[in-house]
Design a binder for this molecule. Structure first.
Ligand code: ADP
Ligand code: MG
Length: 345
């Protein structure tokens, strides 16, 4: 049974069990451990954690630890919260320094690095465009934006206009700009939960936040964690492929859940920062494996922007395990990078 029935993302843990403490096994020291399944809500989506822990560890404490960790990421990086670091930055006038948390500094550094690596296919300064196309916190227009609006919003995506003071830490823009970390924050939250679980002495777990996944160790049954890549469709469907994971992260990007329809045309929530328009190729879903969920999340969005041909070339150049589903007249064409091959067994 799949417990995570309403995931917006397309990755989900396979063979979830519906009840807590449902699987018993003996740990290395002979002490009894159980598989605990925890879940909650964060960042406008749900999180699920499967963790092997000793039977006497109260799951309420673990749930609170995970929820606090994710709430902290959301409080700093949500564009929907006026008081978050990004909320304050987005409202600030050019030239004005805005203090940020060490976590937001961390994510900013990663976002800028991935932007550089991907030739700005991933661009955290895409927020004004995201809003314009109706996927941000701003008001949703009834129609699609016109050329002049897109042109104006494009001028706010220049990352050389962003300054970072890593000692305070603080951020400022030199000209109008808004930041959006929605394509990276869930991955970062997933990694932060993994850090907290390790600190709590737990080494075998699967963390999933809105479809971004990080695994450590193994399933209590003594096998790798297994994650399904879902068939892209509006409602959650069957797995099209299954991955066995050890200490890894995997994320997806796709437009089949989060899109808008205006006058019968479908608009993706992934924006190409080079044109200012939502991506419109036939790539239905991008799955990326990486050592951390934050990188997998950011690269998945970037490859979704690049499209199947440039996306696959980028994956080869970076030796990234990447799996693509490309829409055909009927069904999907499967494409993957060389580094993904070992995961197909
Ligand atoms: P999902 O939320 O389905 O996992 P992503 O991780 O790809 O998808 O994040 C999509 C979100 O990222 C969009 O809703 C938007 O807020 C933001 N975004 C859109 N295009 C870009 C881009 N080119 N670079 C960075 N962020 C983007
Ligand atoms: Mg992403």
């Amino acid at each position: 049974m799949i417990l995570a029935a309403n995931l917006p993302g397309i990755l989900y843990p396979l063979a979830r069990t519906a009840c807590l403490f449902s699987l018993l096994f003996l740990g290395a020291c002979g002490e009894q451990s159980v598989l605990v399944e925890l879940s909650g809500e964060t960042m406008g989506t749900r999180w699920h954690v499967s963790v092997a822990t000793s039977a006497d560890k109260p799951s309420e404490q673990l749930t609170a630890l995970i929820q606090d960790t994710l709430d902290q990421v959301d409080a700093g990086m949500s564009t929907y919260r006026p008081d978050s670091d990004l909320g304050r930055f987005n409202r600030a006038a050019p030239g004005q320094w805005v203090t940020i948390s060490p976590q937001t500094l961390d994510v900013t550094g990663i976002a800028l690095r991935v932007a550089e690596q991907t030739g700005n296919a991933f661009n955290p300064a895409v927020a004004t465009l995201v809003d314009l196309w109706g996927f941000g916190p701003g008001e949703l227009g009834a129609s699609v934006p016109d050329e002049a609006q897109i042109e104006a919003a494009l001028s706010t995506t220049r990352l050389d206009q962003l300054e970072l003071d890593s000692t305070v830490p603080a951020l400022r823009k030199l000209s109008p700009m808004q930041l959006d970390y929605s394509a990276i924050a869930k991955g970062y939250g997933t990694d932060q939960v993994a850090v907290q679980l390790e600190r709590a002495g737990l080494h075998d777990f699967l963390v999933e936040v809105g479809g971004e996944v990080r695994t450590a160790g193994e399933h209590p049954r003594g096998r790798p964690w297994r994650v399904g890549i879902e068939r892209p469709q509006r409602v959650q469907g069957r797995a099209i492929a299954a991955l066995s994971l050890a200490d890894e992260a995997v994320a997806t990007s796709g437009d089949y859940r989060n899109y808008r329809e205006v006058d019968g045309r479908r608009y993706s929530h992934t924006i190409d920062p080079a044109t200012g328009y939502p991506v419109s190729h036939r790539l239905a879903s991008v799955t990326v494996l990486a050592p951390t969920a934050v990188l997998a999340d950011a690269y998945a969005t970037a490859i979704n922007v690049m499209g199947p041909v440039a996306g696959l070339a980028f994956a080869e150049k970076m030796a990234l395990p990447v799996y693509l589903l490309v829409k055909q007249q009927e069904g999907f064409e499967v494409l993957y990078s060389s580094a993904f091959e070992p995961y197909l067994q």
